[in-house]
Design a protein around this ligand. Structure first.
Ligand code: ARG
Ligand code: ZN
Length: 885
């Protein structure tokens, strides 16, 4: 067999172009699930019929994995052994009736042994499920693909003491005791046909909070959030976020909730963030639980965003789902776009945009420029779980944002409404989606569609030529899309370039000049490789502000000088570009430092410091915005800009040098801000209060960069005085940079306070994993032996091993290669338990090729060691091979 079709582990390579409709459809599913820790029995009754789109004699093909078969009956008659074939992938029945029929199966599964956390498993004694993408096949035999939509009725039974709470999808139709036993049951019915990946159930001894919501058309919805007993109070903020999400989706997208119940359950062992199961969202508890003492402002914001994200999936994902997993961005990119918009409306739009772009650049751009690069809609995969990526999610959201920019808000809204109308209750494709916008806008989106199929971050070069004497300004744009794995040649894309011209006093000069070709709402559409835009009639020197609001996910390179950038930083009416301009100058200074030039006393550095002082101290500006301006680029940012033969020590050194310089030269301004933004009010997680803390803590971080005793006492004081987790963590992080006995005391104090609080203790592990000092790896190795460390808890693994590999670039990329070996060892160990998590960790190697030769060689060796191991999971084999490919 050629590795064209099969991979080394024998798993088939799945291709979008091979899509075929299912042989059979399932109209109704009846499940009877008897929960037992080690022997859960699942009886299923499927009402099947041949798919009219398929040939009549097609066999019935059901997926199934790790199921112990007890019985199979077709139309009520037990099947003989010769009538079906079982493999480790599922069940095939060659001869089935050419008319509707039923199939009943009874299987046994072991939730306690399910360490992959896919299918039905136990977390902290709670039975829960995770079925996306292909977990339902680990519960029962089923055509486990998103284009098979069925109506589910689920009876769940358990011992009352074991699981007093029993939850399922949809509405609860009945419940009661099983007479003569210590057991009880609940029956849940979900009237909306759904794919199997949206199935869920929960059984456990959980605490809960309840609330209600009345939809715009008057439906009364009972809301419940279920958490570990004793933590109910920490779910209040999530409940509030849920209600705001429900209202917002009605107001902004016209989407109303459709069941009488909406439940959320928080569990402590979860591979990802959360899951949008119909009417029963299951969450990693870190995205539900939050209180002043245990969660930072950032945690609160994440809770709000993830609650919203999962809720919004009810329409973009559940009511309209994906035809196949290649269409994942259809629900994820769109839903991320929706949750970004929600946060922008709840908080500051400008700040949210800057944060999102930082994330996009540090994750998606990095992914897109390395061996794991793939299009927003991939065309082939071996393991779909490896495609829940920054590209599908975050770049997927950028694509929707560009669509809106190109069509304008009205046509965009019409397109969305058409999509909801035409595809409700169906499994759709990206083509279906785009067709709605073509109809709504009468615009041909053929070229736009390249954003879904071409991987790689386009580079946009802008060359500005201004003739002051003639009052003209020309900008020539040129785009190029780099080659990526499997895609050597690219076509030009359509890039919406939002722009302005900034005058000496900061005013927008566009209205007073002539522009050829004319801009549409301030947007220039570049749809060729190269194009020129020409402004005339300028009465003074203008500075073009390009790609406002980051209107396209590209790398912009322009010939504007630092003086022009600093004008934008001081005056641009677009806050994103103000931030961007200041950061671009910081980046320039960092690159100079990196390449051995000494920018310490240069005029650019002096002007930069003055500009930062001005913005930093400007009390008319949002403190959260100022906090972002005062957070200089980090190691990952600089690494990305350097781009090749990176020496992580030199990068780290440059980043630290700039922070120290800013701390020193901005000293009195920073101290002033620090004093002025102290609060006497009790903690509140709202955006305004959080903004003051963000600014103060950004300032703290620069002040302590100067080192010395003053820094230590400031950080120590900050830690001790903290009356909330945001400030406590800021103090601890600051101390972790300084090292010494004050840090040790603080770590001990923190441990003492939170030793029994798993989620909070994750922070304690992370602080120690990401401190960039020489001892980091020894410390992390030691902590893997700590009694509170557990390989079975994904949050803990991410907090320690993951944080070290992705949050401590200088120590992970140690010159002796020990960081790489450490990670590879843990990936291999973890792979036997939880392949999905192991594969995630392994993708920390995604930019190994940009390293200088010695490290590159060491990283390659570790990747090869992993790839060469026998018995690897498909998840890890896929990442290892693609990383080396
Ligand atoms: N659909 C979920 C979300 O984005 C993510 C689930 C991913 N699960 C997985 N096993 N890959 O909200
Ligand atoms: Zn999602």
């Amino acid at each position: 067999m050629k590795d064209e079709k099969m991979t080394t582990d024998g798993a088939p390579r799945i291709r979008l172009s091979d899509y075929r409709p299912p042989n059979h459809l399932v109209d109704a599913v009846e499940l009877d699930i008897r929960l037992e820790p080690e022997r859960t029995q699942v009886r299923s009754r499927l009402s099947l019929r041949p798919n009219p789109e398929r040939p009549g004699d097609a066999p019935l093909v059901l997926d199934g994995e790790d199921l112990e078969i007890l019985a199979i009956m077709l139309d009520g008659i037990p099947l003989a052994r010769s009538e079906f074939v079982v493999s480790d992938r599922g069940l095939t029945i060659a001869a089935v009736p050419d008319r509707p029929f039923t199939l009943e199966t009874t299987v046994l599964i072991d939730p306690s042994a399910n360490t992959r956390l896919m299918g039905l498993y136990r977390s902290n004694g709670v039975y829960c499920t995770q079925c996306e993408a292909e977990g339902f096949r680990r519960i029962t035999f089923f055509p486990d693909r998103p284009d098979v939509l069925s109506v589910y009725t689920t009876r769940i039974e358990a011992r009352k003491s074991d699981a007093p709470v029993l939850l399922g999808n949809g509405n609860r139709s009945s419940a009661g005791d099983v007479p003569g036993t210590d057991r009880h049951f609940a029956i849940w019915h979900d009237p909306f046909p759904k794919p199997s990946y949206l199935f869920a159930l929960v059984g456990g001894d959980l605490g809960r909070i309840v609330d209600g919501f009345t939809t715009q058309s008057g439906r009364q919805v009972r809301l419940g959030i279920y958490v570990e007993k004793g933590k109910e109070d920490r779910a209040r903020y999530a409940m509030d976020a849920l209600k705001r999400s429900m209202r917002w989706d009605e107001e902004v997208f016209g989407r109303e909730y459709d069941l009488d119940v909406f439940n959320i359950v928080a569990v402590s062992d979860f591979n990802m963030g959360a899951m949008e199961n119909k009417g029963l969202n299951i969450f990693n508890d870190r995205y539900v639980l939050a209180s002043a003492e245990t969660a930072t402002d950032h945690d609160f914001a994440s809770v709000e965003a993830v609650i919203a994200h999962e809720y919004f999936h009810n329409w973009t994902g559940n009511r309209i789902t994906c035809r196949d997993w290649f269409q994942l961005c259809l629900k994820e990119g769109l839903t991320v776009f929706r949750d970004q918009e929600f946060t922008s409306d709840m908080r500051s739009r400008a700040v949210k945009r800057i944060q999102d772009v930082r994330l996009l650049r540090s994750h998606q751009f990095v992914e897109d420029s390395g061996p794991l690069a793939h299009p927003v809609r991939p065309e082939t995969y071996r393991e779909i779980n490896n495609f829940y990526t920054a590209t599908v999610y975050e770049k997927g959201a950028e694509v929707i944002r560009m669509l809106k920019a190109l069509l304008g808000p009205d046509a965009f809204a019409r397109g969305m409404n058409l999509y909801f109308k035409e595809h409700d209750g169906r499994a759709a494709t990206v083509e279906d989606f785009l067709a709605c916008f073509e109809k709504a806008s009468r615009r041909d989106l053929t070229q736009f569609k390249l954003w879904y199929s071409q991987a790689g971050t386009p580079e946009l070069a802008a060359s500005v030529d201004q003739r002051a004497a003639e009052g003209t300004l020309e900008i020539t744009f040129e785009q190029s899309v780099p080659a990526t794995p499997g895609q050597p040649k690219k076509e030009p894309m359509v890039l919406p370039i939002a722009m302005g011209l900034v005058g000496e006093d900061g005013r927008d000069m566009l209205p007073e000049v002539k522009c050829e070709p004319a801009l549409k709402n301030g947007v220039f559409e570049l749809d060729r490789q190269r194009a020129t835009i020409r402004f005339s009639g300028l009465k003074e020197r203008a500075v073009p502000s390009l790609l406002r609001g980051f209107s396209a996910p590209v790398r912009l390179v322009s010939n504007l000088g630092s003086d022009d950038m600093l004008r934008l930083g001081a005056l641009d009416s677009d806050p994103f570009n103000r931030w961007q301009a200041l950061h671009a100058v910081m980046m320039k200074v960092l690159l100079d430092h990196q390449s051995g030039r000494s920018p310490e006393g240069s005029p650019t550095t002096a002007d930069l410091v003055a500009a930062l002082a001005q913005v930093g101290a400007d009390e008319a500006l949002d403190p959260a915005f100022r906090a972002l301006v005062l957070s200089p680029p980090g190691d990952t940012d600089l690494t990305r800009e350097v781009g090749h033969d990176v020496d992580p020590d030199a990068v780290h050194h440059a980043v630290e040098w700039l922070r120290e310089l800013l701390g020193r030269q901005l000293g009195s301004t920073l101290e002033d801000i620090y004093r002025r933004h102290a609060s006497n009010e009790p903690y509140s997680p709202d955006a305004t209060s959080a903004a003051h803390r963000a600014l103060r803590n950004a300032v703290l971080s620069l002040l302590v960069a100067t080192g010395g005793d003053d820094a230590t006492s400031l950080a120590g004081e900050h830690y001790r005085r903290a009356d909330n987790m945001t400030d406590r963590m800021a103090g601890l992080l600051a101390l972790s940079r300084l090292r010494g006995p004050v840090l040790d005391e603080a770590l001990e104090d923190f441990y003492g306070r939170f030793r029994d609080d798993t989620l909070v203790l994750d922070k304690w592990f992370t602080v120690q994993a990401i401190a960039p000092d020489e001892d980091a790896l020894d410390r992390v190795e030691r902590l893997t032996g700590h009694p509170r460390f557990a390989m079975s808890n994904p949050n803990r693994v991410r907090a320690l091993v993951g944080a070290f590999a992705s949050g401590n670039p200088v120590q992970f990329n140690r010159k002796d290669g020990r960081g790489y070996a450490f990670l590879a060892d843990h990936v291999l160990k973890l792979d036997r338990q939880n392949p999905q998590l192991a594969a995630r960790l392994l993708s920390s190697f995604r930019s190994w090729r940009v390293l200088e030769p010695q490290r590159r060689e060491l990283a390659r060796r570790e990747l090869e060691r992993v790839a060469g191991m026998d018995g690897l999971s498909r998840d890890v084999a896929d990442i290892a091979e693609r990383s080396l490919g």
